[in-house]
Design a protein around this ligand. Structure first.
Ligand code: ASP
Length: 589
């Protein structure tokens, strides 16, 4: 129907007769002449209708925002003084010759350029209109480019794109499953995959050697800003490649992506052991753009006459740590109170601090409600260890190591943002040497990555000291966000059984849930490993979006519903009967 996209016209089209199709973005009546800004996915062109052509003029007069139109016109240079340098098509305009209304539109629930005046719920409910906004259109186009560049890299490197089932059994990644009742096997349920993990491993057992898939994954979790119940992974698995080789190749894939689409050179990614990340940054996904570090001071505080510090300092699971904010002396009482509330979210019961006014005067130069509890030698050693200078502020965390890490780790990022401490725009790294397991609150153990991750030690060593064993897992982190994670997998059934045992999965349960995997590992499984990137997060970071909802065409809300389709919805009695399901009335408060 069209000869050109609206947004692609420029001075080289002057004097051409063209046909455009699109939406009326805005209509303006300028005393006898009507201007229509006509929009399509490539941009906006200004079309002028004058009364010389009475028919099209009358039609142009009648159209409203978001009408769908087709028009024939003549491209001409804009009159001097009316060139708009902010518009791609700002040098030209189109003299409208013929106009056809392809479809009328009701007044939209919000104007595209006034989307900020309505809540996100209104935008999500009317997503088909929201998606017309140039900003979101750009993001979706960018997302499409990202997948295309990644596919090209993987295709060029011999990866095969293979689909895996959506209706399957539970694939444990540590979240709750979405279940689908089976009609043919009544009382049984499919689970939607939390990831294609087991299938991709089976593909390696089958000899495909290199697999990838842009895969939908489903996890029924409580949602946070960067989580969705269904999300997309760029899922990768390889055979006969070492941890180093897998990291090297996927690092190259991501650096190429940034170079090609954004002309950004990410450089070589540093590697950091998990233990260092937790110790120094309080997080397994440290944001290295922020120069603040966390320093352990438990040894200094073990004997002080201040239980809040000495208790955790003496507890093997406790930690006392300090976070120095250079120049932080100028933080106000109110700001410190706000940070105290902030760390409370992470379980910290308070936020002790010292303002370093004059480090040469250890009696009076330190300003703090707690300094009186610290002997002079401790004060001195503290300042030396933290390399504190006059004008600095030192925050303290003292609790279980878990609470201290989470609280100071989050505070570090918050201070980085609030005080704009960023030293660079992009800070990628690999976090490596993760432990295999961590303790659960009920004293059990759980896999940190997933139960198919290979340990760095023998089954005997693993059994002897599971909580100290390291795994061959690796995470790629960018600006404090986990972009992707993976591992070398267990490829021997005996090792897999050992891990299941340690996780307290009985032999029957192993057989029932993972019998097929254990079998596969007995029939010639090659050494293999891989990883998966979170596509939504990757695109969110690359486009500087605040939420992954901004880079997903049809996202769900924080409560895992779709405002557009009203999913999840009730189903008919007939459908329930076929499934042999009776729904209990939801418990009302
Ligand atoms: N299946 C893992 C995940 O979804 C990724 C991997 O180990 O490859 O996190």
């Amino acid at each position: 129907m069209r000869s050109h996209y609206c947004g692609e016209l420029n001075a080289s089209n002057i004097s051409q007769e063209i046909t455009l199709c699109g939406w009326v973005h805005r209509r303006r009546d300028h005393g006898g002449v009507i201007f229509l800004d006509v929009r399509d996915r490539e941009g906006i062109t200004q079309v002028v209708f004058d009364p010389d052509r009475a028919d099209s003029f009358a039609l142009a007069d009648s159209v409203r925002n978001e009408f769908v139109v087709k028009l024939k016109g003549l491209v001409r240079a804009r009159p001097e003084g009316t060139v708009n340098p902010n518009m791609n098509t700002g040098e030209i305009e189109v003299l409208g010759l013929e106009l056809e209304i392809l479809n009328a539109a009701q007044t939209p629930p919000f104007q595209l350029d006034e989307h900020q005046s309505v809540g996100e719920d209104v935008r999500l409910k009317n997503r088909f209109i929201d998606l017309r906004r140039p900003e979101i259109q750009q993001k979706m186009r960018f997302r499409s480019k990202v997948t295309s560049v990644l596919r090209r890299y993987l295709d060029d490197n011999g990866f095969l794109d293979i689909e895996t089932p959506i209706l399957t059994r539970a694939t444990p990644e540590g979240a709750r499953d979405y279940l689908v009742p089976s009609r043919t096997q009544q009382g049984s349920f499919f689970a939607l995959p939390q990831s294609p993990q087991l299938f991709k491993q089976l593909l390696m057992v089958s000899g495909f050697d290199r697999y990838y898939q842009i895969a939908k994954c489903f996890r029924d979790e409580d949602l946070r800003a960067d989580r969705q119940p269904e999300f997309t992974q760029v899922d990768i698995e390889t055979s006969f490649m070492s941890e180093e080789q897998i990291m090297g190749m996927t690092e190259e894939m991501i650096t190429n992506l940034f170079k090609e689409l954004m002309d950004i050179d990410l450089g070589a990614f540093p590697r950091m052991p998990y233990s260092e990340a937790m110790e120094t940054y309080g997080s397994d996904k440290p944001d290295l753009r922020i120069p603040l570090t966390i320093v352990t001071v438990s040894d200094l505080m073990a004997e002080v006459d201040f239980k809040v510090f000495s208790g955790p300092a003496k507890d093997p699971k406790g930690r006392v740590a300090a976070l120095k904010v250079p120049g932080g002396n100028s933080l106000t009482r109110k700001q410190i109170d706000d940070y105290t509330k902030f760390v409370g979210i992470y379980g910290a019961k308070g936020l002790a601090y010292i303002k370093v006014n004059d480090k040469s005067n250890l009696e009076e130069g330190l300003q703090s409600p707690i300094v009186k509890f610290l002997p002079i030698e401790v004060r001195q050693e503290l300042l030396t260890r933290l390399e504190a200078e006059d004008g600095d502020l030192i925050f303290f965390g003292s609790d279980s190591a878990k609470v201290v890490n989470e609280a100071l780790g989050a505070l570090r990022c918050k201070l980085g943002e609030d005080l704009d401490l960023y030293t660079c725009e992009w800070a990628p790294l690999w976090v490596v040497d993760f432990p295999m397991f961590e303790e659960t609150s009920d004293g059990g153990i759980t896999a940190i990555h997933h139960p198919f991750t290979a340990p760095s030690c023998s089954p005997e060593a693993l059994k002897a000291d599971p909580l100290n064993a390291l795994s061959q897992a690796y995470d790629m982190v960018l600006n404090g966000t986990e972009l992707g994670g993976g591992s070398i997998r267990i490829h021997q059934s005996s090792m897999q059984e050992t891990v299941f045992e340690l996780l307290n999965i009985s032999e029957e349960e192993q057989e029932e849930k993972f019998g097929f995997l254990l079998d596969a590992l007995k029939f010639g499984a090659p050494p293999h490993g891989g990883l998966a990137f979170g596509l939504d997060r990757l695109v969110m970071l690359m486009t500087g979006s605040a939420s992954i909802r901004d880079v997903i065409a049809f996202p769900k809300t924080q409560s895992a519903t779709c405002l557009l389709t009203q999913a999840p919805g009730e189903v008919s009695d007939k459908q329930l009967k076929e499934l042999n399901i009776r729904v209990r009335k939801p418990v009302t408060e």
